[in-house]
Design a protein around this ligand. Structure first.
Ligand code: GTP
Ligand code: MG
Length: 201
């Protein structure tokens, strides 16, 4: 009897854990995105934006913002019972660039968040992942106040390679963020399958 029972019991499978970076310019919604999907209380390293930082911290579009990430955000989401993502949100300001190489180690892929009001702020993130061959997708965080543009217009403005997916999202909404994360995992898998195929030329 005992044998029969245990054979019916579901076998425990250790989930695959993948590391995903969430990058993008200052105030684009990285901390918000990690907080929206994380099933653990996200670790945040927020500091108050001070009067002293005012000349450097351009708040146009996010005037209500009074904190900024100074090291990273960390969160976790179980996409499927056998697939867990660890999310690392990067600091958005240029003065924290020195942290990026640490954060990027072992990353399977990345999401570059973009705000159409300050598209140029995500160029540095895109360049970074392109140069290191880390698969990434671009997610436009559709702020209520920002004008909407067709995906192709944004792609052209960013000069994205055709294979890089571009999606629209609301960083505050769990389901919307989940879609973005599934997208980046799928894209990274495709890229890795492609790189294993023998060259055809
Ligand atoms: N309306 C709207 N507001 C948002 C959205 N995403 C984020 N916000 C707000 O925008 C501000 C910036 O969000 P954060 O998540 O702190 O941005 P961040 O990219 O982590 O910023 P840094 O770490 O300073 O680079 C916050 O006040 C959020 O509440 C969005 O999709 N729509
Ligand atoms: Mg942040």
């Amino acid at each position: 009897m005992a044998f029969g029972r245990s054979s019916r019991r579901k076998r425990h499978v250790d989930p695959v854990t993948l590391k995903i970076l969430v990058a993008g310019g200052f105030g684009v919604g990285k901390t918000t995105l990690v907080g929206a999907v994380s099933e653990i209380r996200p670790l945040r390293t927020e500091e108050r934006l001070s009067e002293a930082g005012r000349p450097i911290d351009d708040l146009a579009g996010v005037e209500g913002k009074n904190t900024t990430t100074v090291a990273m955000d960390f969160g976790r989401i179980t996409l499927r019972e056998d697939l867990v993502l660890y999310l690392f949100g990067t600091p958005g300001q240029d003065r924290f660039w020195f942290l990026w190489d640490e954060l990027a180690q072992g990353a399977l892929g990345a999401v570059v968040l973009a705000d159409t009001r300050r598209l140029e702020d995500c160029f540095a993130g895109i360049d970074y992942f392109e140069r290191r061959g880390i698969p990434f997708t671009v997610a436009v965080n559709c702020f209520d106040e920002a004008a909407r543009y067709p995906a192709d217009t944004v792609r052209a403005a960013l000069d994205l390679d055709p294979e890089v997916p571009l999606l629209m999202c609301d960083a505050r909404v769990r389901e919307s963020v989940k879609e973005i994360l599934v997208g980046v995992v799928e894209h990274a898998m495709e890229m890795s399958a492609k790189s294993r195929q023998p060259a055809t030329t």
